[in-house]
Design a protein around this ligand. Sequence first.
Ligand code: SF4
Length: 180
Amino acid sequence: MLLHDCKITKVGRSLCNPEWIAVRAELSDDIGEVLPYLNAVVKNAVYTPEVQNLNFKIEAGAISLMPREIIVGQVTCEEDGVKVLDYVKRLINDTWEKRAGITPVHERKGEIKAKDILDFLPRTNCRDCGLPTCFAFAVALVKGQKRLQDCSALSKPESAQDKEALARLLQTGTTEEVAK
Ligand code: SF4
């Protein structure tokens, strides 16, 4: 078994959708080595090897994996977040057990898409960034025409987790750098 335990350290509301919460959990073990194997077996995985971050979605929520942390987003209550965490823990350990038969993928499988970005944006279409919609902003981010700082809503404390996730996806810098 690679991952023995995960302990919830934070539960916060998502700015993307006030009905969603995000559950952050600290891991008892370093899962960094399994990420390339998960990247190989999880169909819709978005892997950013430079910061050892793998994101993917399942019907029950959005999952972000780092060597010592898991964030489960887009769930409506902590109980659902715990269920998704249990699922992810099983997935990690099953994949680790079967790794001898899996060819790990050490790079991102495809380009980041605007819809991957949109999941973490406020979706209020407030136009503060100078663009008519959050989707237009997501497209501009992917093209490098806008920066995370250009979305004023992302600077709010309650959107810190979404901003961190975007920074990892876009590989724009460390948490500390984007928090400024
Ligand atoms: S500033 Fe732009 S990206 Fe941010 S919430 Fe408003 S429209 Fe959406």
